[in-house]
Design a protein around this ligand. Structure first.
Ligand SMILES: [Zn+2]
Length: 610
């Protein structure tokens, strides 16, 4: 590795160089110094950033917001034109705050190196100083810092550089971009506190693709879930997305305003697939926080310089839009917060609230700028082998765009979680959802669910065996439970958690507490024990019980005999045949499959601290 001596000295002696006037060479980022062959490690990245902060203390501040599992400090870098670094004062002054997250997947470093250059061009060279006229630029240089230091040339087989990069998982090998809802990792918990302290107006998560080869070097998606304020969606679709595409293309890069995910990786001509919106992902989760979010995916096979500079141009374009539309964005976010605060008592609260979307079958033509390819049967895999050329293939393909609601629920006024289900409560506390505690035991008829038929994914996914269709690894996919709304008289001990849907984080509470939601506490195993039968009848006891029950109830006898005749699996299982009677006897557990969380339509009579 050849690095100019001046650059090495600059990293080692920030104080000395902080006093020198800025020439472009002095302030080359570590990636630029290497001719974009390398990305700096944690220490070199932070040294460069501290050098900028030392040179421009009136415009740049570095703030720690937590620690990784291995104990590394997590930082944000704040660039504010006039030295105001207090988020409350910035909100009061109606200055839009952009939060850019880098290195959640620490093999995908384009965003980090582009943010270093962008910060330098805002506050050192002054080339992009106008981007801070009104907006405030906050970025996480290295989110998955433990993964970032697991450096190797062999961490990203699909990717064209840099020479070495970090690892996808964190120190416990969790994918932080599956952790936003379940919040298992210390990084996620630190993120939540930092996010709420800053409450940014727009969020960006920087990545590098896997998947197909195509012409675009910059791909981005600004999805929005239908529960996000409707006018925010219109602003994104009409003003933001086309503008970003146009600005990036004008800079000499080629942008796709949608993430390219093929329906069939072995046959690009089948078109582009539907992406599930699930809040385990950062950008989907941020919509539950009532804020717009952009997923950036730079193309893995473009060279590192093209990718870093493309990412830079996209962030630059977004900052221009945020400066231009500052008042509008701030008003939209305030409206989205007000809507969330009224979710429980909304006049439309008897309207089903969408928890999960699926493709409706509708497609939209999309002009795809791909590469020509050939397909042949492979003797290695036994399947079709796609080989891409670099000859342009511009073709209109169907893109799966229509969404339908696959699961929904009517918002209650509040939820009540019995005190003993500590993990489900703890996760909401980590999300800083407002929780009130009951002061005495309380028994009342409440709405809840009876659930059955769910099963669990095998092999593990993110340290769980979730009750949903996961990804990667094959094996046995889980399925969500089938839950039916019921009214049951239930007892909630003192210190049970009451979560009202009159708060800014109402959407987060629903996503966690509605069992059919794709990243719910139920899906992520917080309530697994409700499906465990704890007492059983011995066969010789049940034989006697069965005869007594049939003698007393001829209809039951007929039902049993018909089941034996028509259900071969049932007929072949001595255990199932005997349990047919146990399940219908007073000994059956009435709480088996009963969701323990209550849905409340009013809080009258609840023993709460006032
Ligand atoms: Zn990624």
């Amino acid at each position: 590795m050849r690095v100019p001596l001046l650059a090495v000295l600059a990293l080692l002696t920030p104080a000395l160089f902080a006093q020198t006037p800025a020439s472009s060479n002095d302030w080359a980022t570590p990636a630029e110094q290497s001719g974009y062959r390398t990305t700096p490690d944690y220490a070199s990245t932070m040294a460069y950033l501290h050098r900028i902060a030392a040179a421009r203390p009136q415009q740049v501040r570095i703030e720690p917001f937590g620690k990784t599992g291995e104990g590394r400090e997590l930082d944000i870098v704040i660039a504010s034109k006039d030295g105001v670094f207090d988020p409350d004062k910035l909100h009061a002054a109606k200055r839009p705050i952009l939060l850019v997250q880098n290195a959640i997947h620490a093999g995908e470093m384009d965003g980090k190196d582009s943010c270093l250059a962008l910060l330098r061009d805002m506050v050192i060279s002054g080339k992009d100083a106008a981007l801070l006229d009104r907006a405030v630029f906050v970025f996480i240089p290295i989110y998955n810092a433990d993964g970032h230091e697991r450096r190797s040339p062999y961490n990203r087989i699909n990717q064209n550089g840099p020479d070495e990069m970090g690892w996808r998982g964190n120190g416990s090998n969790l994918n932080l971009n599956r952790d936003y809802m379940k919040a298992d990792a210390p990084e996620t918990r630190a993120f939540m506190t930092m996010f709420h302290r800053w409450l940014p107006d727009f969020f960006v998560d920087d990545h590098v693709t896997d998947g197909a080869d195509f012409q675009y070097d910059v791909t981005f998606t600004i999805e929005h879930f239908p529960t996000l304020h409707a006018e925010t969606g219109q602003w994104l679709a009409l003003s933001v997305i086309p503008d970003l595409e146009q600005q990036v293309n004008a800079s000499g890069h080629l942008a796709s305003p949608t993430y390219i995910s093929l329906v069939d990786e072995n046959d690009p001509s089948k078109g582009l697939g539907f992406d599930a919106f699930v809040p385990r992902f950062s950008t989907s989760y941020i919509n539950l926080e009532n804020r717009p979010a952009m997923l950036v995916e730079m193309h893995m096979l473009k060279d590192y310089k093209t990718r870093v500079t493309g990412n830079y141009e996209l962030l630059r374009a977004l900052l221009k839009v945020l400066n231009r539309d500052a008042d509008k964005l701030i008003a939209l976010n305030a409206a989205a917060d007000r809507e969330a605060e009224q979710l429980g008592a909304h006049p439309l609260s008897d309207v089903a609230y969408p928890l999960k979307l699926a493709w409706s079958g509708e497609t939209t033509p999309f002009l795809f700028r791909g590469y020509k390819y050939t397909r042949e049967l492979s003797a290695v895999s036994g399947a079709m082998w796609v080989q891409y050329s670099h000859e342009p293939w511009n073709v209109t393909l169907p893109m799966q765009t229509g969404a339908k609601v696959a699961a929904s629920a009517v918002p209650p006024d509040a939820y009540i979680i019995p005190a003993q289900w500590t993990h489900a409560i703890d996760v909401l506390a980590a999300h800083q959802v407002v929780i009130h505690r009951t002061t005495a035991a309380w028994t009342a008829p409440v709405e809840t669910y009876r659930c059955h038929d769910g099963n669990w994914q095998q092999p593990p996914f993110e340290g769980h065996h979730p009750m949903f269709r996961g990804e990667g690894g094959g094996g046995h996919p889980g399925e969500p439970p089938q839950c039916t709304l019921v009214t049951e008289t239930m007892t909630f001990p003192a210190n049970s958690a009451v979560i009202e849907l009159n708060q800014r984080l109402s959407h987060v509470a629903m996503a966690w507490l509605e069992p059919m939601a794709p990243d719910s506490a139920m899906a992520w195993n917080a309530f697994d024990p409700i499906f465990e039968q704890k007492e059983y009848g011995e066969p010789y006891v049940l034989e006697k019980l069965a005869r007594e029950m049939m003698a007393k109830d001829p209809k039951l006898k007929t039902e049993f005999e018909e089941r034996v005749e028509n259900d071969r699996k049932f007929a072949a299982s001595p255990r199932a045949r005997l349990e047919f009677f146990y399940d219908r006897s007073p000994w059956a557990d009435p709480k088996l499959g009963l969701y323990p969380v209550g849905r409340l339509t009013k809080l009258d009579g609840l023993p709460l601290h006032q």
